[in-house]
Design a protein. Structure first.
Length: 110
């Protein structure tokens, strides 16, 4: 491994779990980050529980950056720019239901 790659790897220390949905022409993301990958896995499980009974039709991303913020994700990858971050599971569930309704997917079982 090259020296500059080693330095970059040392900086990349926050794990991010991101779920992407589109509602009414706006892209929303559920975002959770931690330096502990086990905590991120637990957050993924809590998200699944909060969406229990709903079809899991969405975009999922896992990545690392050098900061906990969603802004660090947006800086690393411009694909995420303009997306609205949601950290609250209940609020994300409400948006997720609207997302499913908008695409006629509420009748699909998980």
């Amino acid at each position: 491994m090259r020296e500059n790659e080693k330095r970059r790897d040392k900086k990349m220390k926050y794990y991010h779990f991101i779920v992407i949905i589109d509602v009414a022409k706006q892209t929303y993301v559920y975002h959770y980050s931690s330096q502990n990958s086990k905590e991120v896995s637990e957050a993924r499980g809590k998200l699944r529980q909060s969406l229990d009974g709903l079809p899991m039709i969405c975009g999922l991303h896992m990545l690392t950056t050098d900061a906990a913020s969603f802004e660090s994700v947006q800086t690393m990858d411009p694909y995420f720019k303009g997306m609205v971050e949601i950290n609250d599971l209940a609020e994300f569930r409400e948006k997720f239901i609207l997302y499913l309704e908008e695409f006629g997917l509420m009748g699909i079982k998980s």
